[in-house]
Design a binder for this molecule. Sequence first.
Ligand code: ZN
Length: 407
Amino acid sequence: MPPEAGVPTNHLTRRSFLEAALGALGAAALKAVSRASGAVRRRSAPAAGDTENNMPSPPAEQEFFESRKHLIDHYRAHPRSMPLEAATPAELKSWAALARAKFVQLTGLDRMTPAPANPRWTGAVDCGQHVRERWLIDTEADVTMPFYLLRPKGLGGRGPAVICCHGHGAGKDAIAGVGDDPEVAQAAASYNYAYGVQFARAGMLAICPDARGFGERREADARKSPAQSSCGYLQMVSLPMGISVVGTHAFDLVRLVDHLRARDDVLADRIGCVGFSGGGWQALAAGIAEERLACLVISGYIHPIAAPLLFNKHMCACNMVPHLWEHFEMGDLAALIAPRPLLIQTGDSDPLSGPGGVGDVQGQVDIARQAYRVLGREDRLVFDVIHGGHRWDATKPVPWVKRCLSA
Ligand SMILES: [Zn+2]
């Protein structure tokens, strides 16, 4: 076959020719140029002619040409455009209005249309200290959100409600203590994940929904195991329409708040929201979109926003929102919760925090704290560092939420 148009000569052949022409020094210079251009030499392929003198060939090496360093440089060369810099309550108010509007636009929250909730009770199970009810509500046209409502047996009349967002895994079952599936039970045990049950035992209505793409809301091709999810697929087909998965999660949680406020067993102004790991992202997004959420707990999720890039940390694509990193740090987003009570929890050896560990999380908490300081409500921002890795710890959050929802 003829060579591609515009490619004058084979790269390796040309390189061998130049090395021969330039001698050893030139070859070293070529290597230096190669390094400077970002090439990562794992193993270099033998150039044509290397075996001319019948010397044994060295092990074949292969060059890789990575893009991550370039992306890090790009990220660092373009500081976020909407950092929290307010020094007075008035400045904070105007920044927060712009920042919230930007978040709503970027996540696609402004592209969603509410449907009547049409709540349906579908059954109840006696779990000893509480009853686990299953409910359905509609959020958008043809979109239904199932949730468990854990009702403490001693609770009469209206009570405070805590929305318990599940993380990136098996959905609401683990949060609500439904451990029929061994995989779900294992996740619940390793992350201390059944916080719905913990809040119900503390006397609050615990609301445990499935987020789109998880649990009972998985699409048809992700149902082999309860731990599978459709979030990646939904993200792929939503982003081209300007809709992000986390935007849909937040939208559904807003609709859930609307429903809870309309019920006769919920104190309308005492609805909190908590989440661990991916559930922390749901809670944060919902807290920004829904100012009627009275308090929030975000566990195992606050870290530098570009951590997947900067620290080479894998996260599912459903954590991403187009253009978000251009405008905000995670601490800026957390600041949008102010002045409502916010508890940020992290494990002192959580590998997902970043290489700086707690220090990486502290930097984000410090950004958010500025908003609480400006408003004179630093007491409402709690940073709870627990001993351990990526896991939920109920010790502080459960009594703290109970206090917040009793005030
Ligand atoms: Zn995902």
